[in-house]
Design a protein around this ligand. Structure first.
Ligand code: AMP
Length: 283
């Protein structure tokens, strides 16, 4: 596996790799890798692509400086895991390489309500920073396929919208959420859970499954209220539990005419903020 810290040698390698007709499947990450991240790379190889990853803890998508500071960083272990998973190359740039001083890379695009609902309400600026870094990484890597996780469903929706608006010729692939045996969605943040909170956290997935069992026989608003109660009863502090149209991320009193419906939630488990979602209908 090749490890690149600067852009020029990485692009030289990419150009050479593409010369023989190979296609690049790219999975951007912030490191502290787990099986969920490795599943993205496996999807790339299964599709016949050359799997390429990046590890970059993107400062512009952290609305809380303490969260950025506390974000787990395990670069040596990450490289071992990537290499074992068959990753061909990993890009680990410095902040200056991604954001050259004096260059304004902010995007002048609007996402409608996609970035104002759910995470957007609680993490102002998060998606603008996320979209900026994904665009920058795509400009550098120019992959044929971009593989991102369903775990961050709203992020996936915003990236899809960005690709459409900017007409970026890359195929966006969704990798299903990889879970621990007890249902907790794998996340780099899970290592920060206290033992008590780790025991409580699987209730998030259980609540999503219960919501799916009730849907569509009960109104979405009732299912959401019951779900919030369940999460609180388990000692978690939910920020939201929203049932939305999977294409528009809009809430609705009923989803009779929607073909794709997703339940999305964010909770604090002690000091650690976790997100998860489940498709209730369609796709
Ligand atoms: P992150 O390092 O948290 O920014 O995540 C990098 C990529 O991995 C994103 O596309 C995430 O959606 C994806 N990802 C993170 N956790 C999981 C998981 N448990 N299952 C599937 N994909 C995941």
């Amino acid at each position: 596996m090749f490890v690149f810290q600067s852009i020029a040698p990485f692009q030289a390698w990419l150009n050479q790799t593409r010369q023989n007709g190979a296609q690049i499947g790219f999975a951007p990450t912030m490191g502290a890798l787990h099986e969920g991240h490795l599943a993205l790379l496996r999807m790339a190889s299964d599709a016949g692509d050359i799997p390429v990853a990046s590890i970059f803890v993107n400062p512009t998508q952290f609305n809380d400086p303490k969260d950025l500071e506390k974000y787990p960083r395990t670069p040596e272990r990450d490289l071992v895991l990537l290499s074992e998973a068959g990753c061909a190359a990993v890009f680990m740039p410095s902040v200056e390489a991604v954001y050259p001083p004096g260059v304004d890379l902010r995007l002048d695009i609007h996402f409608g309500n996609l970035d104002t609902v759910m995470e957007g309400k609680f993490r102002p600026g998060h998606f603008a920073g996320m979209a900026m870094v994904v665009k920058r990484l795509l400009d550098i890597v120019q992959p044929q396929r971009l593989i991102m996780g369903q775990k961050d469903f709203q992020q996936w929706s915003i990236v899809r919208n960005m690709l459409q608006q900017l007409q970026i010729p890359v195929e966006l692939v969704m990798c299903p959420t990889v879970r621990e045996p007890d249902g907790l969605a794998m996340s780099s943040r899970n290592v920060r859970l206290t033992p008590d909170m780790r025991r409580a956290a699987p209730v998030i997935y259980q609540t999503l499954l219960d919501a799916k069992a009730l849907f569509p026989n009960r109104p979405a608003i009732e299912i959401a209220a019951l779900s919030l109660d369940k999460l609180r009863a388990a000692g978690l502090q939910p920020e939201y539990f929203d049932i939305v149209d999977g294409n528009t991320l809009a809430e609705a009193p009923n989803f009779n005419s929607a073909s794709f419906v997703v339940a999305c939630t964010a909770v604090f488990a002690g000091e650690v903020r976790l997100i998860d979602n489940l498709i209730l209908k369609g796709a």
